[in-house]
Design a binder for this molecule. Structure first.
Ligand code: ZN
Length: 333
């Protein structure tokens, strides 16, 4: 089934729970994702602390990007948000409350696959509010040394990424994917996190990655030509696919879906954070829009913008439809 751009917000039909270990703490973590009211977004609640403090899953709350993305508010921390956030974003879940009894989201199998399956069990419930999307209108870029990332106007959500490693296993990999629910699930969600064995050993010496095993991380052999995991790779280019998974999950902290094409070279969590900050700091380069179906076939869409009062028609490549158009109309306040 082709994915269409959905006009309304969604939450879960019912609460779902899972249990796993934290990659760095090695501790058991219980996680429950609950339905939430429209316009509330994704919010984490620390169920192990007496006051049950919350941390909204928003770019303003990012407090650390070493090894994983960590959000926080006051003294409360939630780390390794990226794989769960990628699953929520690509499943089209706009609003959910997440109870977690540790500061670390469980690593599961190192990919977003288990979270995608969990969300399917929860089902989706359409809400009455229109979904707000962030539509990029001018390119925005961010650079850190030889690493770079940019986002360009695009009528959909697409990620093109490239990595280069000085080894015989990964070498150079590149991949370009239109992020729809189906393609994310089929081509990206199952790609696992990875690391060189000596890096993992170094983390262990520093009391980190205590939950890291061959069940949740691809360990690249000392010879840099093979991996230690006996089952092998899930995709020949699993490494670049995981990078795209991380990009989807980190950019989800913008709080709504993006209409844009992300082009990343050697990306990582810090680079994603830099791009999101650049987007926030460049309000002239994007606008919030919402789509209102003009008829039941959804071949024509009214695109409503919060900033632009012009009325114009723009070509819109609706995924799954050959020729579609959207009408850009003034925002209804
Ligand atoms: Zn990751």
């Amino acid at each position: 089934m082709a994915t269409v751009i959905e006009s309304h917000q969604y939450t879960l039909k019912r609460s779902v729970s899972c249990r796993g270990i934290g990659l760095h703490t090695g501790k058991n973590v219980n996680l429950t994702i609950r339905p939430a009211s429209e316009n509330s977004g994704i919010c984490f609640y620390r169920s192990d602390l007496s006051s049950r403090p919350s941390v909204p899953a928003r770019v303003e709350q990012i407090v650390d990007t070493t090894l994983a993305t960590t959000i926080g508010m006051g003294d409360t921390r939630i780390s390794t948000t990226e794989h769960l956030m990628a699953a929520l974003r690509s499943a089209g879940i706009d609003n959910a409350d997440i109870d977690i009894d540790c500061h670390e989201v469980p690593i599961m199998d190192g990919s977003a696959g288990p979270f995608v399956r969990l969300l399917k069990r929860g089902g989706r419930r359409k809400q009455s509010a229109y979904r707000k999307m962030m539509r990029i209108t001018k390119p925005i870029s961010f650079r850190m040394g030889e690493k770079s990332i940019r986002i360009e106007p695009y009528n959909g959500f697409k990620i093109t990424a490239r990595i280069h490693f000085d080894d015989e296993l990964i070498q150079e990999q590149s991949c370009s994917v239109e992020i729809t629910r189906e393609r994310f699930e089929r081509e990206i969600a199952r790609a696992r996190t990875f690391g060189y064995v000596e890096q993992v050993e170094e983390l262990w010496r520093n009391g980190l990655a205590l939950g890291g095993t061959l069940k949740n991380v691809i360990a690249i052999h000392w010879d840099r030509r093979s991996i230690l995991n006996e089952e092998g790779l899930r995709f020949n280019d699993e490494f670049i696919r995981h990078k795209i998974l991380d990009t989807v999950g980190d950019l989800a902290l913008l709080g709504c879906p993006l209409l844009g094409h992300v082009v990343a070279d050697r990306s990582g969590h810090a680079l994603h954070h830099g791009l999101m900050q650049a987007i926030v700091d460049s309000p002239d380069c994007w606008e919030y829009v919402s789509f209102k179906p003009a008829d039941k076939t959804i071949n024509y869409l009214h695109l409503t913008t919060e900033k632009n009062s012009e009325h114009k028609t723009i070509p819109f490549n609706l995924i799954g439809a050959a020729q579609s158009f959207a009408t850009l109309t003034p925002c209804a306040a």
